[in-house]
Design a protein. Sequence first.
Length: 367
Amino acid sequence: MTISRERVLEELARIAVPGGGNLVSADLVRALSVESGVVRFVIEAADAAARSLGPVEAEAQRALSALPGVEKVQIVTTAPTVPRGAAPQVTARSGGEGAPPSLKIGRHPTPQAGPAPVSGVARILAIGSGKGGVGKSTLTSNLAVALARKGRRVGLLDADIYGPSQPRMLGLTGQRPTSDGQMIEPLHAHGVTVMSLGLMMKEGEAVVWRGPMLMGALQQMLNQVKWGELDVLLVDLPPGTGDVQLSLCQKAQVSGAIIVSTPQDVALIDARRAIDMFDKLKTPVLGLVENMSTYICPNCGHEAHLFGHGGVAAEAAALGLPFLGEIPLNLDLRLSGDAGTPIAAGDGPVAQSFARLAERLIDGGMA
Ligand SMILES: Nc1ncnc2c1ncn2[C@@H]1O[C@H](COP(=O)(O)OP(=O)(O)OP(=O)(O)O)[C@@H](O)[C@H]1O
């Protein structure tokens, strides 16, 4: 038996809240998602009210878990700092190591007709992949550094909420953005202005963020971060075709998307899905990049193709899309990312492959 959204709302409408009414009539339920027996939502209350909502959350958890067809219930209670309907406001303090800053993000987006430009930002490039682990984040950080080394003013927004890795890859682990109560001061590394959505969330919170919450969070990341004047803002997306991609393309004027794939067939099938999604969202796909292309044995110089080779170029040709370049499979590339200094910040053949990619984008007017 499956549980419907309507049935969940009906149950939530039975749960009284302090101050009168119930969870539904008091309009406290946000981002409700009901999928395959998993119910997720956010209880959004005014600051003061949130403290008294613990029992309400517990009651909702109990009541929903008892319904036939419900496998799992995930609820997060949040409190905005401004009354609902007012412009979203960010509050922050400098956090200690490990603790997320107390930024109140992820509430409903402010009404906006359609995709809007981000003040001071000339271009927004979305870096996507169909599949996880193909090296999208590695490519984004290195490309950002390579572009910065060529004199471009570059920003990087880590919107990979399910596995934000940019702080580590750029050597920013433990650093927290600050805010003056209105605008967030981003971080800086290797000549790149950096902001990560992951730094704003409590652990585990991301999983319940769907649709409107994500949209609000992204909107804040785009419009309430002091990006300054940028030639290009790279957005590191989560893998796949989900709410973040949708929200970004609906809220921001994205100049184009770059799709990263390994040469394997299975990754390419997913890449095709990602391309199809950007097409539907009317975001031009600027081209494809092949990662983990060639492996050169550091001992004997033998060249091997662990995941095949040329598959992405062939796919790009078949789809009539530009092939933007290839990045080799290289141990130092991984180690430097883990150590927080992207390999593109140095010299050598791998840094050069990122430099070539950066040049290609600059020459094509894409960055
Ligand atoms: N060309 C490469 N050579 C060697 N290691 C690589 C290469 N590209 C990526 N890696 C390594 O593979 C792992 C996955 O890369 P990365 O996190 O960039 O992938 P991703 O596509 O962003 O993954 P996810 O979408 O799951 O976050 C990392 O440990 C990274 O260092």
